[in-house]
Structure formats: C-alpha cells, structure tokens
Design a protein around this ligand. Structure first.
Ligand code: PDD
Length: 289
C-alpha cells in the first residue's frame, strides 16, 4: 500500500502499518488540524523555513500550540528522508488537536497529534511542462479562511474530482467573479508582458511556490503584480500558470476545453521556469539556503 517504510507519529518512528491514531482524534472527527507539504530535492528540504513559518501561522490561527519544539521538525524530517532513500521526495506533516470525547468546543487538556512521513515524489517532467496542462473553472465554494492550511479538504477534493472528470488536472476557482486559486495550487496569469496573481488574504493559501515565483520575478526585472484577477481576464490571458510545492510552476494550455493563448506554454513561463530550475539546481548544490 505504501512506498515508504517509516512514519513519524507523536514522538515515535514506526512502520506505516503500526502507526495508529484513535478514532476519537479530532482530525478524524472534525477535520480539526493543519498540515504542510514540503518538497525534498536531492535529499534537502526546499524552502523549509517558509513552510515552518506557514505551519506556525496556521497553528496560531486555529489556536493550537506547536507540538514540535524548535528544530524538532527538521530532525524528524531528516530521519524520514534518510529512511526513504535517494531521489526526489516530499514530506507530509499534519498536526491535529488530538484525542478527546466528541464535543465541538476545544478539550481542556489534550495533546496535539503530530504525524509526518516522507515519500518518493514525481515532480512534473520536461514533457508535461512542454505540453502544459488542462484546467477548468469552478465556483469556489470553500470557507472564508483559505489562508489556513487546514486538513479539512472536502471542498478541494470535490473540486479537483470535478476537474478530473472533465478531463483536466486542476480546477481554477472563482469567487464572486474573481479568481482565487486552484483546488491545491495558486494561479498566475500573464497579460501584456506582466505577471498577475491574486493578493494574499482570506481567499487563498499564501503559497510558498507563489512567493518564490514572485521573488524570482522581482530579482530578474520581470514585471509582476499581486492584484485581483477578474474571471474574464482568465479567458483573455496570454498565459496561465499553476504553482504548488508538487507542481512547481506549471503552464496551463487549455482552459475549459479552449486553448490558452496560442495553446502552447508562453515565453514568460519559459523565463520564470528556467529561473526556478536554476534556483533549484543551486539549492541542490548547497549554493542557496
Ligand atoms: N497544496 N493553494 C492550495 C489550496 C493548496 O492546497 C496548495 C498546496 C497551494 C500551493 O502552496 P505551496 O506552493 O506552498 O505548495 C495553494 C499542497 C501541495 C497539497 O495539499 O498537497
């Protein structure tokens, strides 16, 4: 069932089949928890401080103390990565409010449940990036705290499934006529040589890959703006990209069964993706933190 041998659960490293959580865990009962997904390139945790900072923020927003004391997360991940073997991987980390009798109100004295594992990961191949992917638009019917990386992902799962059943790989979500993000990704468009992405706030997750794309654009004189994107602007975009830890910076070449731009990945994607790959390479060689 699993392609890894060890998971971390509440202070222990265990084979996955021996890692057990109570059915009364509030993660199971209420979806009461938060998570992170961290890319691992060449055995190293990519943008770890950014992921840990976002985890801390998610935990604070749901008023859950951080069960991993300073530096503990990195030590746990390093062991999981070593056990997982060579090649690209990803880390999944989840923290829930812990086990308690079912009651919506917070329990008085419960320990959070902390769970993590590393697994081999397939990042988009050169072929996928050269072809681009298909997406569909869908109505954003999630809650109003999408800035919290909550494990309660039923709407996201339903929206992604809708996309798959329409022959696409992702749903781009629209709320009141404005683009928010993908079911599990952030969205960028290009118009007239400028990159646009919706601003951070309650409607989107502050994506680590999104931030890196903006950082690389700024450092290389590529005009980029964090601005609301109207749904109609999507259909007039020269380019559309998705960003996420698992999808990196992926060009969208079909939107609702119609070509985006000329139907091929655009020149600004090529530029930014080359910068991303160079950054990743430098990271793997230990030249950037
Ligand atoms: N999801 N928006 C949503 C709703 C997401 O779930 C994700 C990532 C992103 C991109 O964030 P980042 O660049 O930090 O990965 C945006 C992860 C990969 C997941 O749920 O598997």
């Amino acid at each position: 069932m699993h392609n890894f041998r060890l998971v971390y659960l509440n202070g222990e490293f265990l084979p996955p089949e021996r890692a057990m959580v109570s059915v009364f865990d509030r993660g199971f009962i209420f979806g009461d928890g938060v998570y992170e997904v961290i890319p691992v390139y060449g055995g190293r945790l990519f943008r770890l401080p950014h992921h840990l900072a976002r985890l801390e923020r998610s935990l604070a927003e749901i008023r859950l103390p951080d069960p991993l004391t300073h530096g503990e997360g990195e030590r746990i991940f390093t062991r999981l990565i070593a056990e997982c073997g060579a090649g690209d991987q990803s880390i999944y980390l989840q923290v829930t409010r812990g086990v308690a009798p079912r009651d919506h109100a917070f329990p008085a004295d419960t320990h959070p449940t902390a769970f993590a594992y590393a697994q081999p990961a397939k990042y988009p191949t050169a072929d996928t990036v050269a072809r681009g992917v298909a997406v569909v638009t869908a109505s954003d019917n999630r809650w109003l705290r999408c800035d919290v990386k909550a494990i309660a992902l039923l709407p996201n799962a339903l929206l992604r499934q809708q996309a798959i059943e329409r022959g696409a790989v992702e749903a781009i979500l629209v709320r009141d006529g404005w683009v928010t993000e993908g079911a599990a990704s952030n969205v960028f468009i290009v118009r007239g040589g400028t990159i646009y992405t919706p601003p951070n706030g309650p409607f989107i997750l502050p994506g680590v890959t999104r931030d890196l794309a903006l950082e690389l654009a700024a450092a290389n004189g590529i005009p980029a703006r964090e601005e609301p994107i109207a749904e109609v602007a999507l259909f007039e975009a020269d380019e559309i990209w998705l960003t996420s830890s698992m999808r990196e910076i992926l060009p969208v070449t079909r939107l609702n069964d119609r070509p985006v731009g000329n139907g091929r990945p655009g020149p600004l994607h090529a530029r930014l993706y080359a910068l991303y790959k160079a950054y990743k390479q430098a990271f793997c060689e230990g030249k950037v933190a």
